[in-house]
Design a protein around this ligand. Structure first.
Ligand SMILES: *Cc1c(COP(=O)(O)O)cnc(C)c1O
Ligand SMILES: [Zn+2]
Length: 413
């Protein structure tokens, strides 16, 4: 918090003090998303490569000076972040790509990248004296908020759309959240959450509205860069729903670049599902973002009206990146590919990023001579129903060795 200089509105540019008590710009209203700015000159005096080398905190909190939290209670949270960055050698060979790395966000405490934002939300709520937090979510933000709130003894109220996957629902019920299943789509869940938050004064964890959420998510980019010894990849690939994650990825890269820790900002590939691709459509047509259908099995990126359009569009534009879409079939295929070649089990929205890489190689958007980092945003155990429908079940046999031998010899000849 010490290094936050001011907040600015992404629409009108008005600026506000670091401890500004509203989450969005009062002049622009709900769409006036704020951006948080830092004193990079001041930060440069402490944030050096040596700072990281000597830092034994292997969680998101190793970056506290670069974040908008005061740092109280951070030693009581779940351990979020410092997830593995794997080299994907098997897929490098199959795809013929020079270097491929996977950031496995599925191993965060509640199983998705959303923990990076939720844990920040719980700390900000405590800073402001709140005891209840709320959000609307297609699933992961919800289960993540519920788990992180539970650890700190806070209450959570969650608004989910009718279609939220069972794995995610079960998870957040187990964390003890108050769960309201809004009989409608994400849009309606979002509206009801907003009205209830205004009515009760709960802490608002809706990622797009709350600028501190991007500040949590940006740490995923810090980690990728650190884990690569400050040699940035050529491309970072990430799937996009509301646009907060991709906005965070860019923000993290921007911070490290401004601090002189990296020489160039990797290009960012934003991946959307063909059945729900408002960003892709706006980018390819040059027209303003338009509400679209939410027609994809990748529920975490089924967002017809993205709430963080400015930060997401900037992430691709400022990094000289690109947008791409993938089909549900390609997503399912990607789940199988990642699982069977690299031991990485992903939920559909996470596998979408990898499907996006395959498409970008096919379309020569990404050169095979590149280093590409793919962010796998969520764990496959989140949505076993959807994935299960698309993969072949087990072989059913009696307890009979001959039958087994028969089976093995008939399939492996
Ligand atoms: C939320 C989420 C995304 C997309 O993040 P946005 O900020 O909504 O763009 C991608 N994958 C998973 C698994 C998610 O939970
Ligand atoms: Zn404004």
């Amino acid at each position: 918090m010490r290094y936050v200089t001011h907040l600015s509105c992404t629409l009108c540019g008005r600026t506000y003090a670091p401890d500004f008590k509203y989450l969005t710009c009062p002049t622009c209203g709900e769409t006036g998303i704020l951006d948080i700015h830092y004193d990079y000159e001041g930060l440069k005096t402490i944030i050096t490569k040596a700072y990281f080398k000597n830092n034994e905190d292997h969680s998101i909190w190793r970056y506290i000076p670069l974040m908008s939290v005061k740092g109280i209670e951070t030693d009581s949270t779940l351990k979020v972040g410092w997830t593995p960055l794997y080299r994907g050698k098997n897929l490098e060979k199959i795809l013929g790509i020079k270097t491929l790395t996977f950031k496995d966000e599925g191993v965060n405490p509640t199983g998705s990248l959303k923990d990076r934002a939720s844990v920040v939300a719980t700390i900000k709520a405590m800073e402001g004296g709140h005891t209840t937090l709320a959000c609307a979510s297609t699933g992961n933000a919800a289960s993540s908020l519920a788990g992180n709130a539970s650890k700190l003894g806070l209450k959570s109220v969650i608004f989910v759309p009718k279609r939220a996957p069972r794995g995610k629902l079960t998870q957040l019920l187990a964390y003890g959240a108050d769960v309201i299943s809004v009989q409608g789509d994400y849009k309606e869940a979002f509206k009801l959450s907003r009205d209830a938050i205004n009515h009760y004064g709960w802490y608002n964890r809706n990622a797009a509205i709350n600028p501190h959420m991007v500040e949590g998510k940006k740490t995923v980019a810090y980690e990728i860069i650190e884990q690569l010894n400050f040699n940035p990849p050529d491309w970072i690939v990430v799937s996009v729903g509301d646009g907060c994650t991709i906005g965070g990825v860019y923000k993290g890269l921007h911070d490290f670049h401004a601090l002189g820790l990296i020489e160039h900002i990797p290009r960012i590939l934003g991946v959307q599902s063909e059945g729900c691709a408002p960003f892709y459509k706006a980018w390819t047509t040059g027209k303003p973002l338009k509400e679209t259908e939410e027609n994809t099995l990748a529920d975490s990126i089924a967002v017809g009206i993205p709430r963080n359009p400015v930060k997401a569009m900037r992430a691709v534009d400022y990094s000289n990146g690109a947008w791409i879409t993938v089909t549900d079939d390609a997503i399912i295929k990607a789940i199988k590919t990642l699982g069977s070649t690299e031991g990485l089990f992903c939920e559909p929205a996470a596998a979408a990023a990898y499907a996006g890489l395959e498409a970008a190689l096919d379309q020569a958007i990404i050169d095979k001579d590149s280093h590409v980092s793919v962010i796998l945003t969520g764990n496959g155990l989140k949505d076993p129903d959807t994935i299960g429908k698309a993969i072949k079940g087990p072989v059913k046999l009696d307890n009979d060795l001959d039958a087994l031998i028969n089976h093995i010899e008939s399939t492996h000849d």
